[in-house]
Design a protein around this ligand. Structure first.
Ligand code: HGY
Ligand code: MN
Ligand code: MN
Length: 427
């Protein structure tokens, strides 16, 4: 999409979202699954807390009179078609925004929630002002963006764009042994709307940066150009449980030691490859996990990311070599399972331009930048022109209940979203 005309820019220049209403909704949503003493929440995908969050946002969509659909992976889309819109325009594909409302176990108030509630806020602001865009607007929340309970991440939006079959997604077993299909049915969000879903005219997502770049540079808005590649691997190590006191070191097949070696290897390898390569061992489980037993087995996860897919592939190769060497030297069996693998994604330059232009018109200091985190927008880019709007994260903290973005930047991000959506509707 290259002919992004700023012509419509003047039509909403003086329109601003209602910051009080936005913050009120963000607070009310984060009170569900709230983490005591913090502003954060824990709403892992398809848990009861996720269901409660869904019910709340669906109720807000109903209050706005949106046409709501729920699909087979639980994605929820609300479409706003003002009565005053001409039938011809009402029949056009909508400009869509959205994000996710599931969280990690140590979730913050804004990750994902800002993108969904910001979309509601844009629609309510336009409806209240009597502004009729050139085409319908839609706001979605996609299921299981985090992938922390049921991998991969961005599962809902991946199914929405046809990148994963509904059957395959339903069969995914979570870290607690439940399956996606059973949990969706249990919480009442196994919808009937078809997957792949409605293809929007364009998609734009506002999200906190979740990193330190904007705040450290004293900037206000990120015009996100790309998302880095993501590689998640689950590693299972089968050793031999033995007595911690009587077993000489030369006779040990210690799965716990091997897990620790892999963890330190990942850090060394990432340092050798240098920025922007990142690597994380976020989960380690030992069995039987007892003080006086050499660990029989271990399961751990490795999250590798890079903007350059060739370097990411090199990192994966080095990890594989490390596992082969450890299996040999420690006499253990090592098996791996890919939990997620997404190549880097480049967003539509025309939409990125529009984000940058609109934010600048609102007085923001902007930066064109990549995203370190995965987002639903990276899946939507497969089917329509897409980009993202970043707001700064205080001290770059996220996936942490202390996650914070100040009100000024929350409003600036959602006002940018409003401008971009109205202009995209004109194109
Ligand atoms: O893992 C991610 O980047 C995102 O938070 N799902
Ligand atoms: Mn997110
Ligand atoms: Mn997240």
């Amino acid at each position: 999409m290259t002919n992004t005309s700023p012509a419509a820019a003047g039509s909403f220049d003086d329109l601003r979202v209602d910051g009080d209403r936005l913050l009120r909704r963000l607070t009310e949503l984060s009170d569900i699954g709230s983490i005591t003493g913090t502003t954060g929440s824990s709403r892992l995908a398809f848990t009861d807390a996720d269901r409660q969050g869904r019910d709340l946002v669906v109720a807000w969509m109903q209050e706005l009179g949106l046409d709501i659909t729920i699909d087979g992976i639980g994605n929820v889309v609300g479409v706003w078609t003002p009565e005053a819109m001409s039938p011809a325009n009402a029949a056009l594909a909508p400009v869509m925004t959205g994000s996710h409302i599931d969280t990690v176990r140590t979730g913050g108030r804004y990750d994902g929630n800002l993108g969904v509630l910001g979309g509601l806020e844009v629609i309510e602001t336009l409806a209240t002002a009597g502004v009729v865009p050139h085409r319908p607007l839609a706001v979605a929340f996609f299921s299981n963006e985090e992938g922390a309970r049921f991998p991969p991440d961005m599962m809902g939006s991946l199914v929405y764009v046809g990148g994963l079959s509904l059957e395959e997604a339903h069969r995914v077993e979570g870290i607690d042994g439940a399956t996606v299909g059973d949990e969706l049915a249990r919480i009442g969000y196994l919808g009937s709307a078809p997957c792949p879903g409605l293809v929007p005219h364009a998609f734009v997502e506002v999200h906190i940066e979740q990193g330190p770049v904007l705040e450290e540079a004293g900037l206000d808005i990120g015009a996100v150009e790309s998302v880095q590649g993501i590689s998640w691997t689950e590693i299972t190590i089968e050793g031999q449980s033995n007595h911690a006191g009587t077993t000489p070191m030369r006779l040990r097949h210690d799965a716990g030691f091997v897990a620790a070696e892999i963890t330190s290897f990942v850090r060394r390898m990432v340092n050798e490859l240098g920025d922007p390569q990142v690597g994380t061992v976020g989960m380690i489980e030992l069995h039987p996990n007892l003080v006086n037993v050499v660990a029989a087995s271990a399961k751990l996860t490795v999250d590798l990311r890079n903007t350059d897919n060739d370097v990411l592939i090199e990192a994966e190769r080095r990890l594989e070599t490390c596992l082969e060497q450890l299996a040999e030297s420690e006499g253990v069996e090592i098996s791996t399972r890919t939990l997620a693998r997404f190549d880097p994604v480049v967003f539509d330059s025309g939409v990125v331009d529009l984000v940058e232009l609109t934010a600048k018109r609102l007085g923001a200091a902007t930066l064109r930048m990549p995203s370190g985190a995965g987002h639903d927008a990276q899946m939507m880019e497969r089917v329509c022109p897409t980009a993202m709007i970043f707001t700064p994260s205080h001290r770059g903290i996220s996936h942490n209940p202390a996650e914070h973005t100040d009100r000024h930047h929350l409003e600036l991000g959602v006002n940018t979203l409003l401008g971009v959506m109205v202009q995209l509707a004109e194109i």
